[in-house]
Design a protein around this ligand. Structure first.
Ligand code: FPP
Length: 265
């Protein structure tokens, strides 16, 4: 399906909600794209309720938005994309909504795996996968297996993910290695911690996108976001599209990143 969209991306297509994308795309400096973009896909529920529809309608529309953004990431040859699909706190939602989200995940992975593989995308689920229902675990295992040799976009899907849980797990693993004599106390540094996170070996996100008008981190990538640039928009996730994505990337390229230092001494 991505191949079919090639070309459309450059021209823009109002029917697919991709109006104006060319304007933004042309302004982008392809050599200075972020290596890693993270997204909190928020606002599905409110988007649906506003239309007098059940929340599940919003989640389904959210999958469509996700598809567009993965396609755009492939087109732009981004190296890493991380999306927040289900948090450790999302279990507090009604069972019916949790089931819908799990079913959507399974459906998405089964429907998309072929085109994801054709486009060299590697699926990397992040979170406590063992606590997901069996059909979701099976779909995740299938996606990992089928995409394991791909070398293009690394597509991190945060599932049953929480930043604090991730840090707690890292601390425990490091503690266990100390007890086993596999790690020296003096060797515990920032890199050692990063190596025990789900994102081990990956660069920290350069850009975090949060739609839906909320201004919070929501327990997402707490360690990794230390120097990430934030881009917030009132657009609800189901309305997020390639134009919005390119807008965010363009804005990112206009920022001055100082990492606590000085750019001009
Ligand atoms: C937040 O919106 C969104 C979620 C908790 C789930 C995001 C999931 C998807 C976009 C679809 C499934 C994912 C995959 C990978 C197939 P919300 O429901 O909290 O919205 P609200 O803040 O308006 O209530």
């Amino acid at each position: 399906m991505f191949k079919r969209l090639r070309g459309i991306l450059r021209k823009g297509n109002v029917k697919d909600g991709i109006d104006n994308s060319e304007d933004y795309l042309e302004k982008l400096d392809i050599a200075r794209l972020p290596a890693h973009v993270a997204i909190i896909m928020d606002g599905n529920g409110r988007w649906a309720i506003k239309r007098g529809m059940p929340r599940s309608f919003g989640h389904r529309a959210g999958v469509k938005a996700l598809r567009q953004i993965v396609e755009a990431s492939v087109e732009l040859k981004l190296k890493h994309l991380t999306v927040y699909a289900f948090s450790t706190e999302n279990w507090k939602r009604p069972r019916e909504e949790v089931n819908i989200l799990m079913n959507l995940l399974v459906e998405y992975l089964h429907k998309e795996i072929e085109s994801l593989c054709e486009n060299n995308v590697k699926i990397n689920p992040m979170g406590i996968i063992s606590e997901l229902p069996q059909h979701a675990r099976d779909a995740v295992a299938m996606a990992i297996e089928r995409s394991k040799n791909n070398t293009g976009l690394c597509f991190n899907i945060a599932l049953n993910y929480g930043g604090r849980t991730e840090l707690l797990m890292a601390v425990k693993e490091i503690g266990q290695k100390l007890l086993n004599g596999e790690l020296e106390f003096a060797k515990i540094d920032e890199q050692a911690i990063a190596n025990h996170l789900f994102t081990a070996g990956q660069p920290d996100p350069d850009l975090l996108i949060r739609p839906s008008g909320d201004y919070r981190v929501s327990n997402f990538l707490l360690w990794q976001l230390a120097y990430t640039e934030f881009w917030l928009t009132d657009t609800m996730w189901p309305d997020f599209n390639k134009t919005e994505f390119f807008k965010a990337l363009l804005d990112y390229q206009r920022r001055e990143r100082r990492y606590g230092g000085l750019l001009h001494k």
